[in-house]
Design a protein around this ligand. Structure first.
Ligand code: CA
Length: 234
């Protein structure tokens, strides 16, 4: 199954990182641990993991800064670890481009399930059953659903797997209105009820990346009281 897929855990609490490593290695992953942000970033560059588990509170750097730094380099899926008291940071974490988060204390089985869900989303077409077209071209936007690439004109746009799935789904059916729950399900492979509003954060991030003026979007349109749609007129 996961073969020897690499996962990097950036966490200063040794007890937690060892526990995660032991569990995930039984699940077949190859796990590397960094106990601070600087080492974590180096480890990610060196090992090119399929996924990063990132604690928010680290001794040298804020997890959000690390998240931002990694997003500038590419779209490795990131799962954030947060404490209950960091509810605000959780939202900011999604804004910074984390794909999911898990609140401490968590069960290792739950973490493994989240990892599988995030990897499934990042992995290719299977998580987009409703997607038919390989390349979607609309209003100067090119969305290649096989290569997971998005271009605007000649400019490459780096999206997180979650953002990509949301965009690809909507652009494949312009004009169709999707509820937040539908988008969440399409993006995450499952719907966490109660977290529908996290879609707004992903949409806002997407707009910042693809829209000329994110405050006046032309691609992704808000349908008040219902959800979102991809503009059928572009
Ligand atoms: Ca910590």
């Amino acid at each position: 199954m996961p073969g020897n897929q690499k996962i990097v855990v950036i966490e200063d609490e040794v007890k937690i990182s060892r526990m995660i490593k032991e569990y995930l290695e039984k699940e077949g992953f190859n796990v590397f641990i960094a106990e601070n942000g600087n080492r974590g970033i180096k480890l990610v560059r060196g090992e090119a993991p399929v996924l990063v588990i990132l604690d928010l509170l680290l001794p040298d750097m804020n997890g959000l800064d690390i998240c931002r730094a990694m997003r500038q380099e590419g779209n490795i899926p990131i799962i954030m670890l947060t404490a209950k008291s960091q509810e605000v940071d959780r939202v900011v974490g999604l804004e910074m481009g984390a794909d999911d988060y898990i609140t401490k204390p968590f069960s290792l089985a739950e973490l493994a399930a989240r990892i599988r869900a995030v990897l499934r989303r990042a992995g290719g077409q299977e998580q987009l059953p409703k997607l038919q077209k390989k390349v979607i071209t609309r209003g100067g936007l090119f969305i290649d659903t096989e290569k997971h690439e998005v271009k605007k004109g000649r400019e490459n746009i780096v999206l997180t797997p979650t953002e990509f799935n949301i965009l690809a789904l909507m652009a494949n059916n312009p004009g169709r209105v999707y509820s937040r729950l539908q988008l969440l399900e399409a993006a995450l492979g499952e719907a966490y009820s109660g977290y529908e509003r996290s879609i707004d954060t992903h949409i806002s991030n997407l707009r910042k990346k693809i829209e000329e003026d994110p405050a006046n979007p032309v691609f992704i349109i808000t349908v008040f009281g219902l959800g979102y749609k991809f503009n059928e007129l572009v």
